[in-house]
Design a protein around this ligand. Structure first.
Ligand code: GTP
Ligand code: MG
Length: 691
């Protein structure tokens, strides 16, 4: 049924708003895979079908298209361009055989474009570059091309088609290789035409330049070129195809897919120039049992292997597992999940077309397939033939950059919320749920503000539960710097049985890093043995509640020095209260201070942003520990108080135009500077009196 040599699996990459979804829709429509040209702005795109995408007019999840062109079966993955959803884009890029990179004809290269170019060059993915929105005012093919060449020469861009007309007049393109000119038709196809007179010389010049580029990609060709001064038509065509398939040249084409202009030339280029799965290098994995490296080729006859790159949770249809077949043929009703070490059975095999699922009997390399209701398979898992084990590297999500304390809007929904969130963790590896032991809050962390907003909307739509997010509490602590002695006396002797407890304690800082130490220094029987542990308990309980700002008290050594008791009225309870009174009184005399958690921060930025990022760290009370650099970026290591890092993700994005990233982990506790501590203490006061 499916001929691997005719399959193309290509991922569409590009910065947000560069026209990826519109391009995919135009390709699907032109090839007859969908009945109408879907439009993002009208909410009719078959690939941006989720409500959260329609409302925002952006792509949030990878979506899949499937079409036939020139005898080829093309699997398209449309990806999100926004930083918030980049993890899924990276997963999709890692499992594709080739890429279409979109760059807008008006705005050109954006800072985020670099992420996508990295995805392409890291795997040496064969790619076509589509200069989009050529119909817009001020769209400029030549300037955009020059910009691509100066920013991303590593892609080796070459002009494959020259546009005919510009802006509103953009109406066709000339194939630089064959010299054939084409006029675009509203249905996305193109009809042959004469090269406009004013383009004749330019086409010739472009062809000469292309020839040189192609010749340079191959030793035989360059030899021939240098001898003859040119390549034959055949050498040029074949040399170009070979160079593109090996990722050595990236052809550039113009299009304006909103009016469906240029779709057929892009489809032609996908079919003719981009590789089939069996033309890509072998895949490297390991056999986990034998602990040996294993290679797999992308042919239908190799042992079956695949990798899961998306899992969706749906309240009604259940779980859908989407995977890319990497080698071999899958038929039947089960496979082996080597990452989990168990077989999984499934009912039907599907391929995806937008939100539709189409059942198929078997799948071969290059195909993106899906099965429903697997029990234990998750994103990143390798699936294979049980008799021929292979496991590929897992997919690493981008680190979370923003955290909020999460709770249900109404208390009764708490359980429902967390069960829904737990299901969502499954489908979204950038989402994390953690319980903070000190503040007792549950934190929801994600890839950015929009990401968490989308999660909130999805929870409401799919699980009918409303979530609230608030700034997480900072787990401050209290401690003391001085020494003090105080007496605590609890005495009540009116009516019924009285209460009497009296103790004197001395407190001082504990320097061994422990939270608490209690020393009994009572001589003789001024406080009977049985009441002394009660004093200790009273202090511990009071420590948990804190003294100056309501945070747990740490680093305390307390010595019980003296006290008195009453034969009838003394009790454990009375001594507990006396202990806590003595402690609270003593603390106020012992120079109490607040401690705050300090985080260790690694920031990656490019050189030009180092100054801004350092200046900003300074204003956040940060301390730079060191700087490092690798081939692509500068790495700044710093320590910054947690309270200054609350919205660092979005801030870093705006400081660096999306080209910065960071990781954060707890380092240690440190004293809060007194002017800041005063504010925190003052904020605590009103609730204390309200208690
Ligand atoms: N004039 C014109 N507008 C276009 C063209 N292609 C896309 N647009 C518009 O550009 C905007 C972004 O297009 P999308 O296709 O959603 O871009 P995208 O790259 O998928 O964006 P994200 O999914 O958010 O990353 C929309 O308003 C489109 O209507 C085009 O060829 N011409
Ligand atoms: Mg999109």
């Amino acid at each position: 049924m499916h001929d691997v040599q005719q399959i193309r699996n290509t991922v569409i990459l590009g910065h947000g708003h560069s026209g990826k979804t519109s391009l995919a829709e135009a390709l699907l429509f032109t090839a007859g895979a969908v009945g109408r040209l879907g439009r993002v702005d009208e909410g009719t795109a078959s690939l941006d079908f989720e409500e959260e995408e329609i409302r925002r007019k952006i792509s949030i999840s990878a979506a899949f298209g499937h079409l036939r062109w020139q005898g080829c079966e093309i699997f398209l993955t449309d990806t999100p361009g926004d930083d918030n959803f980049i993890t899924e884009t990276k997963f999709a890029a890692r499992l594709a055989d080739s890429a279409l990179l979109t760059i807008g004809g008006v705005l050109g290269v954006r800072s985020q474009t670099e992420h996508f170019v990295d995805c392409i060059t890291e795997r040496n993915l064969p790619c076509l570059i589509c200069i989009t929105k050529m119909d817009r005012e001020r769209a400029n093919f030549q300037e955009t091309f020059d910009e691509i060449r100066s920013s991303f020469n590593r892609l080796k861009p070459v002009v494959l088609y020259l546009p005919i007309g510009a802006e509103k007049e953009f109406r066709g393109a000339v194939d630089v290789v064959s010299g054939q000119a084409w006029l675009f038709q509203p249905d996305g196809t193109a009809t042959p035409t004469e090269i406009p007179a004013d383009l004749v010389d330019e086409v010739a010049a472009r062809r000469a330049s292309l020839m040189e580029y192609v010749a340079e990609t191959d030793d035989d060709l360059i030899e021939h070129f240098l001898e003859e001064g040119h390549l034959t038509d055949e050498e040029l065509q074949e040399g170009l195809t070979a160079a593109v398939r090996r990722g050595k040249l990236a052809p550039v084409l113009p299009c304006a897919t909103l009016g469906n202009a240029g779709s057929s030339i892009i489809l032609d280029a996908i079919a003719q120039l981009l590789p089939s799965p069996d033309q890509r290098p072998s895949l490297l994995g390991v056999n986990p049992k034998a602990q040996e490296p294993v290679e797999r080729r992308g042919t239908a006859y190799a042992p079956f292997s695949a990798q899961v790159f998306k899992t969706t949770a749906d309240q009604f249809t259940g779980r859908l597992t989407v995977f890319r077949v990497l080698s071999g043929t899958l038929k039947g009703d089960s496979f082996y999940n080597v990452s989990k070490g168990e077989s999984e059975r499934f009912g039907h095999l599907f391929i995806l077309e937008g939100k539709e699922q189409k059942e198929v009997d078997s799948v071969v390399p290059g195909m993106i397939a899906a099965v429903a209701k697997l029990k234990n398979t998750g994103t990143g898992d390798t699936l294979c033939d049980e008799a021929n084990l292979v496991r590929y590297d897992p997919l690493e999500p981008m680190p979370a950059v923003i955290s909020y304390a999460v709770s249900a809007k109404t208390d009764k929904d708490e359980e429902k919320l967390f069960s829904a969130l737990t299901r969502m963790l499954d489908e979204d590896l950038t989402l994390h749920l953690t319980r903070e032991p000190e503040t007792h809050e549950v934190l929801l962390s994600g890839a950015g503000q929009i990401h968490l907003d989308v999660i909130r909307e999805r929870l409401k739509r799919k699980f009918s539960v409303e979530m609230e997010l608030s700034q997480p509490k900072i787990p401050y602590r209290e401690t003391l710097k001085g020494k003090a002695t105080a007496q605590g006396k609890h005495k009540k002797q009116s009516g019924g049985r009285g209460q009497y407890g009296d103790c004197t304690i001395e407190i001082e800082p504990l320097t061994n890093g422990e939270r608490f130490e209690f020393v009994d220094k009572i001589v003789g029987g001024v406080v009977p043995q049985q009441y002394r542990p009660a004093v200790e308990k009273g202090i511990i309980e009071a420590m948990e509640k804190g003294v100056i700002a309501g945070y747990p008290f740490v680093g305390l050594k307390a010595s019980l020095l003296d006290g008195s008791y009453h034969n009838v009225d003394s009790s454990e309870m009375a001594f507990k209260i006396a202990g806590s009174l003595a402690f609270k009184k003593a603390v106020l005399e012992a120079h109490p201070v607040l401690l705050e958690p300090v985080m260790e921060l690694d920031i990656r930025v490019d050189k030009e942003h180092v100054g801004d990022v350092m200046g900003d760290l300074n204003s956040r009370r940060g301390r730079v520990l060191g700087m490092d650099s690798d081939s692509r970026s500068e790495i700044i290591r710093a320590q910054v108080p947690q309270s200054e890092m609350q919205l660092y993700g979005p801030d870093l994005t705006s400081m660096t135009g999306g080209r910065g990233s960071f990781t954060l982990k707890f380092s240690h506790y440190e004293e809060v500077p007194s002017h800041i501590a005063q504010k925190i203490i003052a904020e605590h006061k009103p609730t204390e009196s309200g208690e």
